[in-house]
Design a protein around this ligand. Structure first.
Ligand code: DGJ
Length: 731
């Protein structure tokens, strides 16, 4: 997988059908040569050639044709001759300089993939799955070193990158920028577009794409969380890229905090694509001998459009990121009481819902916000994780007993990272929140953010949560997070380290989740942040499913789930059938459509089952049976997006089993029409040589006819109608 040619010191990383190549040039700079379809190792130096340009200075000792300003590089620096966006900036308090010159100092090839200290990252537990290359770059004057870690995966078109920054000198240094990855593309910018996933609360992960132009295009988070606003992902797509065609270069950051993803087009028309911790409001003091580990960037290449990129990432994340314990396990079908009751519930009400749930085959009751402290609305009690006995008179023990007696499992909501000013915890420890002394502190949803960078804070929350989880038969935790950071400061850090707070906070969250998943391995965690506000690979490492959005309306979910599926497997998208009119948008959609749209890998309900009509309960029985039938397919299958809700009045997708013997196709027409022509929906991913039976009928189709002709679409007769086809190979 890793080939090294020693005559010129060139490195070839072969990952699946992809090659990524670099070289150490005569000046000792690590140059980028190639990233694209697989090719055999041979001299590619011409791809990384450099040419002198007016107003591009020449580093000392180099001729006037050599400048870093147009040299394609792997980890560019600031301050010598490159005016583009650097990957790293190092402030040197001794003389105030911010300049380092990083020259090649050595490399090592490692079997497998080393763990990244303190951070979640993709894994390669089995021998032969992956191979890693660590290249060390060194600044002679300060002794500052960067170890670039590249891992290639034999079976995936994926390379992961991260950097370990080491102070190998004798003076303290301060990192001001420490990106995970930077790639200088050889292709011309005019042939590429910048793609990102952006949105807002209840409108997460819409697709945005714009042609590259000279200068900077970027997305970032300054909110202390990866956010609803921008996902930690950027890509370059060849002009004309579709679901099935075109080259796509994607970068996804395995990180849940502030990030920057950017494309800069330089004077030569070369794009530089970067991703990493946001340098905005970031600083990190590195004393002599200390090291800083950046989060990991996942680099994916597809020559088969966006669909090819998604399937590559989905397969990769299923095997190398998501917990092996959960990845292929059908998830419990849940009834979550949030949209059913909000804060208005008691043990009896929950048990009535559970009783009805048991009758229709639902498997778990998840008790959402409001079961603890004296929380009757969102204004109090976060931090006091003890049951509210006024609404749960026998506590969680009795609730657990009664719910499990119905044959259901029990799940529980927590918001571990938050504290309400109206809480005993706050009264005892007002300085345990993120804050700046002397400033009152901004509230968001009437709460503050706990300072998870502090071990004693984590310890106390862990103690409380562990006591609750051991007190009742709880097998599922919904981990919520409902505000972003302001007044970012930690009472435990000295002034010169305050800019480390946001990243230390994330390290604290990961440390907590490490401990939690170790001590409670059988508890499935569903991630959540006001819906999908922290839907990123780092959270998925611990929480194999995430509540995709607080917008549970089936039509809104078409875009949200389509965008989310660009990167994240269907098994990770938690989706529920909710009541109508929908509480977020007021829309009334058919029950069947809500069921079809919610049928992802993590399926459930978010409505008051005691108020459902007998017809609705019958429909729920069918939906539950459908999830049970298709769970394995939804967890393991390959996703093909057939129609985009972003550019049409309809949406369609299908999941195909890895052996291509089975597929589930879903189609939703948003607004109805009249006097329409007959239309078919061509399918993808099937085996053209097989024949498939349409479940529930005697109808047999050839694979070819489904691929090139399609299934017949129903005649529109009502708004928001959906249709599902289940196809099984007959031979
Ligand atoms: C936001 C979540 O996304 C909702 O599902 C619900 O759990 C509420 N928080 C509870 O406060």
């Amino acid at each position: 997988m890793i080939e090294i040619q020693t005559d010129k010191l060139s490195f070839f990383l072969h990952a699946g059908n992809v090659t990524y190549a670099m070289e150490v040039n005569a000046q000792g700079d690590l140059t980028h040569l190639y990233w694209g379809p697989r090719l055999a190792a041979h001299d590619l130096s011409h791809l990384g050639r450099v040419r002198g340009r007016a107003f591009s200075p020449n580093p000392h000792g180099c001729d006037d044709q050599y400048t870093l300003d147009s040299l394609p590089q792997e980890y560019p620096v600031y301050g010598t001759s490159d005016f583009r966006s650097p990957a790293v900036e190092v402030h040197q308090p001794r003389d105030g300089s911010r300049i380092v010159e990083l020259k090649y100092a050595g490399h090592r090839v490692l079997p497998g993939k080393p763990k990244l200290e303190g951070l979640p990252a993709t894994l390669a537990p089995e021998a032969g799955d992956a191979e890693s290359l660590a290249i060390t770059l060194r600044d002679a004057k300060t002794g500052f070193e960067v170890e670039l870690l590249y891992t290639v995966f034999a079976a995936h078109p994926v390379i992961t990158r991260s950097a370990r920054l080491v102070n190998g000198g004798s003076d303290p240094l301060q990192l001001r920028r420490a990106l995970s990855c930077s790639v200088d593309f050889i292709p011309e910018y005019a042939r590429y577009s910048f793609l990102h996933l952006s949105g807002a609360w209840t409108q997460e992960r819409n697709l945005f794409t714009a042609p590259l132009r000279p200068g900077m295009q970027s997305v970032e988070s300054r909110r202390g969380a990866s956010s609803h606003q921008h996902n930690p992902f950027v890509a370059l797509t060849e002009l004309g890229t579709s679901e099935e065609h075109g080259r796509v270069y994607g970068m996804n950051l395995v990180y849940s905090g502030n990030f920057l993803g950017a494309a800069e087009v330089d004077i030569d028309g070369q794009p530089r694509l970067q991703i990493g911790i946001n340098p905005f409001d970031f600083g990190w003091l590195l004393n002599p001998g200390e090291a800083f580990q950046t989060p990991e960037a996942v680099l994916v290449f597809s020559a088969e459009g966006l669909g090819g990129m998604s399937r590559a990432l989905h397969r990769f994340y299923r095997r190398h990121l998501l917990s092996a314990r959960w990845v292929d396990r059908p998830r419990p079908i849940v009834i979550n009481n949030w949209e059913a009751t909000y804060f208005n519930f008691t043990t009896d009400k929950l048990c009535a819902i559970a009783e009805q749930a048991a009758k229709v085959g639902v498997e778990m009751l998840v008790v959402d916000d409001g079961w603890f402290g004296h929380r009757t609305d969102d204004k109090s009690s976060l931090g006091d994780w003890t049951p509210d006995l006024s609404r749960l008179p026998g506590g969680l023990e009795e609730l657990g007993r009664r719910v499990t007696a119905q044959g259901l499992k029990l799940g529980l909501w927590f918001e571990p990272e938050m504290i309400s000013p109206d809480s005993d915890l706050f009264r005892q420890h007002p300085d345990w929140r993120l804050h700046v002394p002397g400033r009152p502190g901004t509230l968001g949803r009437a709460q503050h953010v706990l300072d998870f960078s502090r071990p004693e804070v984590r310890e106390e929350i862990f103690r409380q949560m562990a006591a609750i989880l051991r007190s009742a038969p709880i097998t599922f935790v919904k981990w919520d997070m409902n505000r972003h950071m302001t007044e970012i400061g930690s009472a435990s850090l000295p002034p010169e380290r305050q800019m480390e707070t946001a990243h230390r906070y994330m390290l604290g969250v990961y440390d907590f989740l490490e401990r939690f998943t170790r001590e409670f391995p059988e508890i499935l965690i569903e991630g959540c942040s006001g819906g999908g506000g922290r839907f990123d690979p780092a959270m998925l490492y611990y929480t194999p499913q995430i509540w995709t959005s607080d917008n549970s309306d089936a039509i809104s979910r078409l875009k949200i789930q389509y965008g989310t599926s660009l990167l994240y497997p269907f098994s990770t998208l938690s989706a529920h059938v909710s009541h109508v009119p929908n509480s977020a948008v007021g829309r009334v959609t058919p029950f069947t459509t809500r069921g079809h749209v919610a049928l992802t890998g993590a399926f459930g309900y978010e409505l008051d089952l005691t108020e459902c009509t007998p017809e609705e309960l019958d429909e729920i029985r069918l939906q539950v049976a459908a999830y049970k039938t298709h769970a394995q397919l939804l967890l393991e299958g390959d996703l093909y997006r057939l129609r985009s809700p972003f550019d049409s009045n309809e949406s369609a997708w299908m999941v195909v089993s890895p052996d291509r013997r089975e597929a589930l196709v879903t189609y939703v027409l948003v607004l109805s029409d009249c006097n329409t022509a007959n239309r078919n929906l061509p399918l993808r991913g099937l085996d053209p040589a097989r024949r498939y039976r349409l479940s529930g009928t005697e109808r047999i189709y050839s694979g070819e006819s489904l691929l090139y002709g399609g299934v017949e679409l129903p005649i529109p007769d009502r708004d928001f109608r959906s249709h599902q086809w289940h196809l099984v190979a007959v031979e």
